[in-house]
Design a protein around this ligand. Structure first.
Ligand code: HEM
Ligand code: HEM
Length: 185
């Protein structure tokens, strides 16, 4: 078959567009739950720092700790699912932005762990219903201020990466729209 004939018959499957990759429902749910929780974490983190003290601050702080710990569990679960059940229809060559996605995953784990290590050192592990988060760092080791500061810097760094990520997702979406339109011609 000649090159021209091959082009005319669109021998490539439609979904070979390098800007899109099908995700399973579970992956999509995970993505949007995580995104919503990250927004909650940033808003609660900034609000509790602004309030400084009081009953509202105590509640927001407890919520921040509990939801943050949940994010660690969720992200580790998501990574395990991704590694254990890789989607065979994904073509690795078509997986764009792998570095920014792995960086996001790393930050999704490092950011909460720094906060968690900070409260373990400080001795403020209590959450709701008389429960406490397990200690992941020795209490009273003297690194709490450093850990809190690193937590804040890493959290704002993650926001920058998320902003880049959203920009790239929008760019991919617009590129796809252009290709789809070209295919309809
Ligand atoms: C806090 C917010 C967000 C976080 C932490 C986040 C994180 C991630 C991560 C880790 C992945 C990689 C998934 C994987 O392949 O296993 C991903 C993929 C993706 N995200 Fe987000 N995301 C966020 C917000 C958004 C928003 C607001 C949009 C839309 C504008 C978006 C659009 C996408 C798209 C389209 C993909 C798939 C990209 C591809 O496979 O080429 N994300 N996101
Ligand atoms: C992905 C999850 C998390 C995000 C995005 C996040 C984000 C933030 C942000 C934006 C702040 C405010 C920083 C500032 O204004 O200086 C903050 C403060 C704080 N976060 Fe988190 N956080 C997360 C998880 C956690 C976890 C799991 C814990 C503890 C179990 C925690 C404990 C704290 C503490 C103690 C502060 C106050 C630090 C200080 O006094 O300087 N965070 N967080």
């Amino acid at each position: 078959m000649s090159m021209a004939a091959e082009t005319e018959t669109h021998s490539e499957p439609v979904n070979s567009n390098p800007a899109v990759r099908p995700y399973r429902l579970a992956a999509k749910i995970f993505h949007w739950v995580t995104a919503a929780l990250i927004i909650l974490m940033v808003v609660s983190g900034i609000t509790m720092k602004q309030l400084g003290s009081g009953a509202a601050m105590d509640f927001i702080f407890t919520l921040h700790k509990a939801v943050g710990a949940l994010i660690v569990v969720l992200v580790l679960g998501r990574l395990l699912y991704r590694v254990t059940f890789p989607d065979r229809s994904w073509n690795p060559e078509h997986y764009r932005r792998p570095y920014i996605h792995w960086l996001l995953y790393a930050l999704l784990i490092v950011v909460p762990l720094l906060g968690w290590a900070g409260i373990s050192d400080y001795g403020a592990r209590q959450i709701f219903f008389g429960l406490s988060l397990p200690a992941i760092w020795p209490e009273g080791a003297g690194w709490a201020d450093f850990l809190f500061e690193s937590h804040a810097y890493a959290a704002f760094g993650m926001l920058v990466v998320v902003a880049l990520h959203i920009g790239m997702a929008v760019q991919d979406h617009m590129t796809r729209s252009r290709w789809d339109a070209a295919e309809e011609d």
